[in-house]
Design a binder for this molecule. Structure first.
Ligand SMILES: Nc1ncnc2c1ncn2[C@@H]1O[C@H](COP(=O)(O)OP(=O)(O)OP(=O)(O)O)[C@@H](O)[C@H]1O
Length: 233
């Protein structure tokens, strides 16, 4: 099992450095929550891990692999799955086709859908033949998570997975993320606005401000005063 290690990571759109020297370790099976006010660079940091910004300097390794020298799809094949904000499923593909797309990043060539995905999100079994675009927002997010899991990743990177989703599905998605971490041993990097959920779910957290880490620690260190100082508006 591999550790992901970022060292003094800088990341750019054009010439502007949005991420300005971020370092962290994600041990195998660890849950890291990434917090911060709007516009501080959380999404940009996640994109940097996948090679989706204009450029990145510093160090970023996963086990023995230097991620900065690899393309996005090569990173995915190492077992790093990314679920962007806004759940980009393919609306004209069925639920089955959307999930199967995830299997194309599998290195073992298997193209079947793991059964546990349907146990986690039973609605996807029920709607297996429906077009992704006909699902509700929350169901589409479940589909996006299922598609990422179909590649059998080691790390799941999620960008505000419950934003704008109906409350009854939020709970299911939160529980699924916790179970993936605790029962299936997936490493998780989660951008989250919901502090109580982050506290409950994460092993460690980092708060970003203007592209830098301003506080980090274990979940118990995510105190009300940290929230007050760095996360309230
Ligand atoms: N594609 C882009 N090109 C240029 N600048 C960008 C791009 N995307 C984001 N930025 C800028 O980078 C900074 C960080 O944005 P980012 O989306 O990473 O923040 P965030 O913390 O994820 O915010 P939010 O919580 O609003 O999603 C902002 O100043 C934003 O304007």
């Amino acid at each position: 099992m591999e550790t992901m290690r970022a060292q003094e990571l800088h990341s750019f759109y054009g010439k502007s450095p949005v991420i300005q020297g971020v370092s962290f370790d994600l041990e195998p099976g660890e849950f890291l929550a990434l917090l911060g006010r709007n516009g501080v660079g959380k999404t940009t940091l996640l994109k940097s891990l996948m090679g989706l910004t204009d450029g990145c300097t510093g160090g970023l390794v996963f086990g023995e692999s230097n991620l900065l020298s690899l393309s996005t799809s090569q990173r995915a094949k190492l077992g790093i799955a990314y679920i962007p904000q806004g759940r980009e499923i393919i609306p004209g593909f069925t639920v089955r086709e959307n999930i199967l797309m995830g299997t194309f990043a599998r290195v073992d060539g298997r193209r079947e859908i793991p059964e546990y995905l349907f146990e986690m999100f039973p609605i996807l079994r029920e709607f297996i033949g429906r077009k992704g675009g006909d699902l509700s927002g929350g169901q589409q997010q479940q589909l996006a998570i299922a598609r990422a899991l179909a590649m059998d990743p080691k790390i799941l990177i999620l960008d505000e997975p419950t934003e704008g989703i109906q409350p009854n599905i939020v709970k299911q998605i939160e529980e699924a993320i916790i179970r993936l971490n605790r029962e299936r041993g997936l490493g998780i990097i989660l951008v989250e606005q919901n502090v109580p959920f982050a506290r409950r779910a994460c092993d460690r957290f980092m708060v970003l401000d203007k592209g830098r880490v301003v506080v980090s620690g274990h979940s118990k260190d995510l105190t009300d005063s940290v929230v007050e100082k760095h996360l309230t508006f």
